[in-house]
Design a protein around this ligand. Structure first.
Ligand SMILES: Cc1cc2nc3c(=O)[nH]c(=O)nc-3n(C[C@H](O)[C@H](O)[C@H](O)COP(=O)(O)OP(=O)(O)OC[C@H]3O[C@@H](n4cnc5c(N)ncnc54)[C@H](O)[C@@H]3O)c2cc1C
Length: 465
């Protein structure tokens, strides 16, 4: 795929600007830099045009324009792709960030969410009814990219992944047509959208099932010194083996950030934390999470009753916009002694205040959906690792990235797969491995049907051939 020659493309962009409702931005415009930037500061790309769509019609026009001019095409929801797949050099960005309308139907417990919405938008719209969509743990993440890859979050062991609560999606295909995918309409496309990423078109809206959550929950992290990691992880392994589905936990390794909630003398200290969220009544949560709060001598205990909205934005500052981020991901079946040994050894070697390791507890409702029911792979994973070597800027980034790679490699005898939304730009073999051969072949067949020319290639790409 090539970019069109500059003068004729310029005239065509003028025409596109007249045809769409939303702003069309290009190099030289005052707000170009603001809109070409994405969350990961290590990604610095300069598209030829950014179409800030306001309607499904705008998305259709932008898709047809991209196909006609054979432009490298990026689609942007929340802009949180770790490898920066929602922007490009010299091509078009189809930006949905102005399409954030959410319509909640509390009686039928559903919500229609436009594809530019962020997770916080959905929480704020649904929490007044004591309802929610199970989704991720940082409120400035985009609904679209997260959903299309699967969607891990605090409610996953009770209500499943985000895709397990998806009822239908409206999508603009590579041909520029608008279609709907659900269990009854285009079911194979619906299967592929639930884990297959942005390979099949631009989703313009999602309809989700809502579940009871909050408005108060028993939730939050308990921190111990990194030196106690081995004891903490052995306790954790035994404790979560019998946890009810209402309890979802994540183990974190990091250095304590400079926050008002962190005592000055602890800022910068390497810690291991177990963060939990109980999806149910606060009193039952207090009882279920009692062993966690009682274990050893925590440095800090922030696991307490709080509004779900507060819990959902608790980690926002730790993953702020503009930092330099690099991630390595793997699924692992169980936290055996050898895995724990590796986690302890490599956790102690992290340098940056921004780096983090998150070890997600899977199971529960996630594992009760059939492995072949959706394109998401890894229903039976025990734990999903996100090893993230991050820095404030280019300073020290190479070293921290190498630390993440070393940590991940040391776990390699235990890898069972990887969550596609935690992949960098790692090549087709890694994507095939993440989906498994059978699913990958089924996704390829779907790609041939909906995007034979691979217009939508800036994603964890399923090539059509
Ligand atoms: C700070 C942070 C926290 C995270 N926390 C979680 C978490 O708790 N749980 C979890 O599961 N994941 C989490 N992730 C991973 C996250 O799911 C992915 O990064 C996801 O791709 C982000 O979606 P987005 O819309 O913000 O990204 P974007 O960068 O906008 O898009 C990501 C990919 O999706 C495609 N895409 C975006 N919008 C559309 C659309 N409307 N139609 C078709 N394709 C589209 C893009 O082309 C791109 O390939 C987190 C990521 C970050 C950076």
């Amino acid at each position: 795929m090539t970019t069109s020659s500059a003068p004729s493309l310029g005239i065509a962009i003028d025409r596109l600007g007249n045809a769409v409702a939303g702003p069309v931005i290009r190099p030289g415009d005052g707000d170009y830099d603001e809109h070409r930037r994405i969350w990961n500061g290590s990604i610095d790309r300069s598209p030829a045009v950014i179409v800030r769509c306001e309607t499904t019609g705008d998305v259709q026009a932008a898709v047809r324009f991209a196909a006609e001019h054979q432009l490298l095409t990026a689609v942007r929801g929340g802009g949180h792709s770790f490898p920066g797949l929602s922007t490009c050099d010299g091509g078009i960005v189809i930006d949905l960030s102005l399409m954030r309308q959410i319509v909640v139907d509390p009686d039928n417990r559903t919500a229609r969410v436009e594809a530019g919405a962020l997770l916080g938008d959905v929480d704020r719209a649904t929490q007044p009814y004591g309802l929610g969509v199970p989704a991720g743990i940082v409120s400035h993440t985009g609904v679209a990219g997260l959903t299309l890859g699967g969607g891990l979050g605090w409610q996953q062991r009770k209500y499943g992944l985000t895709i397990d609560n998806l009822l239908s999606a409206q999508i603009v295909t590579a041909a520029g047509d608008v279609t709907t995918a659900s269990a009854d309409e285009n079911p194979e496309l619906f299967w592929g959208l639930r884990g297959g990423g942005g390979n099949f078109g631009v989703v313009t809206s999602f309809r989700f099932r809502l579940n009871p959550i909050g408005p108060e929950v028993m939730a939050g992290p308990v921190f111990w010194p990194m030196e106690d990691s081995e004891r903490v992880l052995h306790f954790y392994r035994d404790w979560v083996a019998d946890c009810p589905d209402e309890t979802t936990t994540i183990v974190f390794q990091r250095r304590l950030p400079d926050r008002t909630t962190v005592p000055r003398e602890l800022v910068g200290k390497r810690v291991v934390a177990i963060a939990a969220c109980y999806t149910g009544p606060v009193e039952a949560g207090a009882e279920a999470l009692r062993p966690l709060k009682a274990f050893g001598s925590p440095l800090l205990d922030m696991c307490e009753p709080k509004p779900f909205l507060i819990h959902q934005s608790m980690f926002d500052d730790s993953y702020r916009h503009g930092g330099w981020y690099y991630v390595k991901a793997c699924d692992i079946a169980e936290l055996g002694d050898e895995v724990i040994g590796t986690v302890v050894e490599h956790g102690e070697r992290m340098s940056s205040l921004l780096s983090s390791v998150a070890i997600w507890q899977m199971g529960g409702a996630v594992s009760r959906v059939g492995e072949d029911d959706t394109a998401f792979n890894g229903r039976n994973a025990g734990f999903a690792f996100n090893i993230s070597g991050n820095t404030e800027s280019a300073d020290g980034f190479d070293d921290e990235r190498q630390w993440a790679r070393n940590y991940w490699s040391a776990l390699s005898p235990h890898h069972t797969g990887a969550y596609v939304n935690f992949l960098m730009d790692e090549g087709e073999d890694r994507i095939r491995h993440a989906y498994g051969e059978t699913k990958h072949a089924r996704l390829k067949a779907l790609k041939r049907r909906y995007d034979p020319a691979n217009l939508f290639r800036l994603n964890q790409n399923i090539t059509p051939d």
